[in-house]
Design a protein. Structure first.
Length: 159
């Protein structure tokens, strides 16, 4: 198993960032990770599992960013002190695809081929657009919208 790092951190809010909630990673931990070329991490914030990227913060140092809705699901908010336990993600290219998107892709093999040809970062971004829906119907609609975009790419390619 890779080195695991555990530390206490306060959830902070930064109006200057798009993802405005983050925790600072202690400098010694960040240095050790960066020295090994590790930026993709998995771990726990209190008891909630996460996969995140180590980011440089505009104010200096390194941080892990968390969206407001993710924190709400973890029952955490800005100002709370949390325990972070994390290590290198053993499969950094993995993309967690929401069920609603997976089901939509099963029905359209050509759209699936476009999806599979995308790099993992692009697939993660698009999967998150579906996953962030709070209700199943919202996630289904987002998956259908994405499927239509993929089908448009198929049609453009075939034209």
């Amino acid at each position: 198993m890779e080195d695991e790092y555990e530390f206490l951190a306060t959830v902070l809010e930064d109006d200057a960032e798009v993802t405005s909630h983050y925790v600072r990673v202690p400098d010694d931990v960040a240095r050790a990770l960066v020295a090994r070329g590790v930026t993709k991490l998995e771990g726990r914030l209190d008891l909630t599992v996460f996969r995140r990227t180590l980011h440089r913060h505009t104010g200096g140092g390194h941080v892990l960013k968390f969206g407001k809705s993710w924190l709400r699901g973890a029952e955490v908010r800005a100002g709370d002190e949390v325990v972070i336990a994390m290590s290198e993600d053993p499969n950094p290219e993995r993309v967690d695809v929401p069920v609603e998107l997976e089901e939509a892709l099963e029905w359209e093999p050509e759209a699936r081929a476009v999806w599979d040809a995308m790099n993992p970062g692009k697939r993660r971004t698009l999967a998150y657009q579906v996953e962030r829906g709070k209700k199943k119907d919202t996630r289904r609609r987002s998956a259908q919208k994405l499927l239509a975009q993929l089908q448009a790419e198929v049609e453009a390619r075939d034209a």
